[in-house]
Design a protein around this ligand. Structure first.
Ligand SMILES: Cc1ncc(COP(=O)(O)O)c(C=O)c1O
Length: 1004
């Protein structure tokens, strides 16, 4: 990518430097990121028999539509949007920082930036099609192997949302695996934010916690009391959770804790920071006690990206997997990458143990997590490999030497001392000061220093004034000089000195991690090759129904990388992070307008977490009205698996009632009314996807909502399909009480090979007081201040959710403005309706009786009975027919449509608004050619795909003989594209067809 500013094409006079020329990317500069020309739109409208974009929605009930413009600003030009984003980012004051704490900050290798620009890696979908996703799969394999080397754990999950989420999943997994149901013993020395997250999630479920007490005179856990507690409670405790480095920055006695848990057969869960486990660092959790901890959870965002005002995070979760410890793994939340073989015995990688998305087991799912933080794992792997053994070791030693220096300075001053000089610490420094910590922190700020965090309240029984400073390789000479000056200016010299104990060797790593070393060039070249194995929505229609794979603007990524956003620490004083708070405030207000609802939380990080926020809000609302007995959740059978899994996670597992669909694929009103009759008095709420998963708008939605409300229930709308109705339908008029907006679908956030996603949740008036996290208000003088809603249900993220994604959505909305939002949805619906109109004469469609009912943004194709028979004769059983036909899409350079959901025999196609008519026509031509091949040469389906780097993968064998990590001594060797995706996309469809037939010695 060229490194040009916008000067030549955009008359740019300011300091904004994009690092690319937008004019070189036609999709980037098209209005509203819609590639189709006015002629294209007119021609498509003509094909579907309509005369205007508004006509696309004429079948929706009029009273439910917006009757004016959204309260969004007018759209900005590219140049003005860039300038505006730059100006807001400059409102952040970046000081020399020693905050760390909830989110440590370490240097990130430049390779991260370079890998992030490899669009087939950053914008591709979850690797469900391994033949076309080896790029993503290998990056995750590398992440698993490197994290395994650091932690000693054999099975590293490809990611969860953040540390708190990983901890929650670890607790659920430990209890499930060991079949234990008693309370979980939580160390009081964990971060309060993690404990709050756990409490929020546990409410309404059978999960209970007991606190393992802190010893106020050591700043560590009170081990004797824990021992007594376990002895008295005997085996009732279901898991023990403790940190390696606690919230005060002190090291816990990890060996003792793990052995103690083991003595009582209690699974142990260690909270760790993987960065501190490098050579020269702390003891890896696999070596805690006599056998190692059972599970690990931790934050790994700082292994991948800068603080980014708290997110996207990277939740690290690991379990053991070796001869004596195999059982736990099968109970872990899904998604690992395993070694595999393709049908030609080529080495390759595939997702294993997947319990999510298409594989999710509805209410039997053990976790509702679907999108994870995949791309953070991709870049974390690259960052760690680029730093290598020596780089990581050097980083740690720099942190330790900075800490040592600071500790010596403190030792020479009066009024400040080490709080617990006899308790071991590592790279944190806990200071006890003789004045109000807040005042001191404020004074440091005036000197350009973010000194640290006031942690006095973390020891409840103590009256010490405590400030915690964190050291890493991010503080250089300048930062240290500033710190020294501050300490020497503010604290007078002392004649006494203070001794501190050395970190004892039993808490430290004894062997090196032996990570391999690679040159920057070698690694970059390797990741570029990986990108070539994937495909991106940049290059053409990426038709995954329900997933909304649209074009992801470069401007968004540029904005998220601006220093004022990317380098902002979530615990910095609000005065210094007005830029990020302004973005969050605007987004909060804009989504009220987009949904028509009264309140918004920007905290949830994925659709499934948004669903959980919704149900937890319903729970709290009913509880506040003395109606905690309401335990029934109605969910249509065709809903996405996360809806059921979420209801189970929220504590409604036994109260899920399925709703039937009518012959047209919509909710069957008669069945719904019968269920209301039966369950109305116990109704908690209903979850409805609208438009539904067949791409059909539920025209009875408001009737259903009204009847749910009459019964005392609440209405959740799964907003995965907002791309069809944003700016068109007013959700308040539909009767919606809560809805999530997947930023990684409608709002142009890249999918990252499976995540991170994001999900802003909007709610109706009665739920506003219960919103989670913090709200932001704009004060009269323009200052942005945050506050906690009066009856908040708690927290779903340690900070502000995936903030970087909020910047991306904000950047997108600046370019769309009030007119662009409805235009975007309209063109998405038109593109889909156009394709449907072309393809329905070639394929049968689903639902079977839906006939010509107007489809919205997506539709479902299937095969005829004869086709299934032909395929069966050609060796493709009916159960495999649709997935195999999906593989033929890969041969034409496209990704496969969504298969097997919501219809087992369906190919769900969603084109989005990103493509020109010519691109849609080429796609339609390919889909028609695929049907021809099925009908005429069914034998070619059995061996599809033909041009990808690998053939069909034996997923069953990969799941049976799990290999989840190995010692990385070299980079995994890579298969080669038999035909490059860029070449495939340039070939005539007839030519591709011919080449497929040639492989089989066939001709037309
Ligand atoms: C209809 C629907 N609901 C919920 C989800 C879950 O969203 P997420 O993956 O963001 O958790 C999806 C994801 O594809 C979906 O398509």
């Amino acid at each position: 990518m060229s490194s040009l500013s916008t000067t030549s094409t955009h008359d740019h006079a300011s300091s904004v430097h994009l690092g690319y020329d937008p004019e070189e990317h036609p999709r980037e500069v098209s209005r509203h990121y819609i590639s189709a020309s006015d002629d294209d739109l007119a021609s498509m409208l003509n094909k579907v028999g309509l005369s205007s974009l508004q006509d696309l929605f004429s079948h929706l009930p009029k009273p439910q539509l917006f009757d004016g413009d959204l309260s969004l600003p007018e759209e900005l030009s590219y140049k003005d949007a860039a300038e505006h984003l730059h100006q807001i980012s400059r409102k952040t004051n970046l000081h020399s920082s020693f905050i760390g704490d909830l989110l440590p900050v370490w240097k990130v290798h430049p390779i991260v930036e370079q890998v992030s620009q490899l669009r087939p890696l950053s914008t591709s979908y979850t690797p469900y099609q391994p033949e076309r996703s080896q790029g993503t799969l290998v990056t995750h394999w590398i992440y698993q192997c490197v994290l395994s080397a650091l932690t000693g754990f054999e099975a590293i999950n490809t990611s969860l949302y953040d540390r708190s989420a990983a901890l929650f999943e670890a607790i659920c997994c430990a209890r499930r695996s060991r079949k234990r149901s008693g309370p979980v013993l939580l160390a009081q020395s964990l971060f309060n934010e993690d404990i709050s997250f756990l409490n929020t999630h546990a409410r309404g479920t059978d999960l209970e916690f007991e606190m393992a007490p802190l010893n106020p005179s050591s700043g560590r856990l009170d081990y004797a009391k824990i021992e007594n507690l376990l002895t008295n409670q005997n085996t009732n405790i279901s898991a023990l959770v403790f940190p390696q480095v606690n919230a005060l920055g002190i090291l816990e006695e990890v060996d003792r804790l793990v052995d103690l848990a083991r003595k009582w057969s209690i699974p142990s869960i260690a909270v760790i920071d993987p960065m501190l486990l490098a050579t020269g660092g702390l003891k890896p959790p696999s070596e805690f006690g006599s056998h190692g901890a059972d599970f690990i959870a931790g934050e790994a965002q700082h292994l991948a990206i800068p603080p980014s005002f708290g997110g996207p995070g990277l939740g690290l979760f690991g379990s053991r997997y070796h001869e004596e410890a195999k059982k736990d793994l099968r109970n872990t939340p899904g998604r690992y990458i395993g070694k595999a073989k393709d049908s030609q015995d080529r080495d390759c990688f595939v997702m294993v143990l997947s319990t999510r998305e298409q594989h999710i087991r509805k209410e039997k799912a053990t976790s509702n997590v679907c999108s994870n933080q995949a791309f953070l794992a991709t870049v974390a792997g690259a960052n760690l490999l680029a730093k290598g053994e020596n780089g990581l070791k050097h980083g740690l030693s720099q942190a330790l030497s900075s800490r040592k220096q600071a500790s010596e300075w403190i030792g020479q001053r009066e009024g400040v001392e080490l709080a617990f000089p006899n308790s071991p610490a590592f790279n944190d420094l806990l200071l006890s000061v003789n004045q109000d910590p807040d005042t001191l922190i404020r004074r440091a700020r005036e000197c350009g220093i973010h000194l640290g965090v006031d942690v006095s309240s973390r020891i409840p029984q103590s009256d010490k004034n405590l400030i915690k400073l964190s050291f890493s390789d991010a503080q250089g000479e300048e930062e240290m000089a500033a710190l020294k000056k501050f300490i020497f200016d503010f604290f007078p010299a002392s004649s006494c000195t203070q001794d501190e104990i050395e970190t004892p060797s039993h808490l430290l790593r004894s062997d090196p991690t032996n990570l391999p070393g690679f040159s920057h060039d070698e690694l970059l070249n390797y990741y570029e090759q990986l990108a070539n194995l994937n495909i991106s929505p940049d290059d053409g229609c990426y038709p995954l129904g329900s997933c909304t794979m649209k074009y992801n603007p470069l401007l968004n990524d540029w904005a998220a990388g601006l220093a004022g956003f990317a380098q902002a620490h979530p615990q910095a004083p609000e005065e210094d992070v007005q830029g990020p708070l302004e973005v969050l405030y605007e987004i909060q207000e804009w989504f009220k307008s987009i949904t028509g609802l009264a309140g918004v939380t920007t905290q949830p990080v994925a659709g499934a977490q948004g669903e959980l926020v919704g149900l937890k809000l319903f729970q709290a609302y009913h509880h506040s009205r003395g109606e905690s007995h309401r335990n029934i959740v109605l969910i249509p059978k065709s809903a996405h698996g996360t809806n059921f899994a979420t209801a189970a996670t929220a504590g409604y597992g036994s109260g899920i009632v399925y709703l039937q669909a009518n012959e047209k694929g919509m909710i069957d009103l008669a069945d719904f009314r019968q269920k209301i009759e039966e369950h109305g008095t116990n109704l908690c709420g209903i979850m409805i996807t609208n438009p539904n998963t067949s791409g059909i708008f539920e025209t009875d939605f408001s009737i259903i909502a009204e009847e749910v409300h009459q019964a005392g229930g609440m209405v959740y709308m799964d907003g995965a399909n907002m791309n069809a109705i944003a700016g068109i339908v007013d959700l308040s008029k539909l009767g919606v009480d809560a809805v999530h907006n997947n930023l990684h679908k409608t709002w142009t956030i890249p999918h990252g090979g499976g995540g991170p996603g994001d999900a802003i949740v909007a709610v109706s008036e009665p739920l506003v007081p219960f919103l989670p996290g913090r709200q932001i208000r704009k004060e009269e003088d323009g200052f942005f201040r945050s506050f906690v809603p009066e009856n908040s249900i708690g927290t779903f993220h340690r900070n502000w959710g995936n903030f970087g994604h909020k910047v991306r959505a904000y950047s997108y909305l600046l370019r769309l403005g009030k007119k662009g939002v409805p235009r975007m949805s309209s063109v998405a619906v038109l593109s889909s309706r156009y394709l449907f109109e072309v393809l329905r004469f070639h394929y049968p469609t689903l639902p079977g009786q839906a006939g010509e009912i107007a489809r919205m943004h997506e539709f479902i194709l299937t095969l005829s009975g004869q086709d299934f028979e032909r395929l069966e004769k050609a060796g493709v059983p009916k159960s495999q027919a649709i997935p195999q036909v999906g593989k033929l899409f890969l041969d034409f350079g496209f990704h496969a449509p969504t298969v097997a959901f919501p219809e087992v025999f369906g190919l769900m196609i969603e084109p989005t608004e990103s493509y020109t008519k010519a691109e849609l026509d080429r796609f339609a031509h390919a889909v028609i050619a695929i049907k021809y091949l099925v009908e005429t040469f069914p034998q070619v389906v059995a061996s599809a795909p033909h041009f990808t780097p690998i053939d069909r993968v034996d997923e069953v064998a990969a799941n049976r003989n799990l290999c989840l990590s190995e010692k990385l001594s070299h980079l995994p060797s890579l298969p080669v594209n038999r035909i490059q995706p860029s070449v495939l996309l340039g070939l005539e469809i007839e030519e591709v067809k011919k080449r497929i037939l040639q492989i089989h010695d066939l001709s037309e």
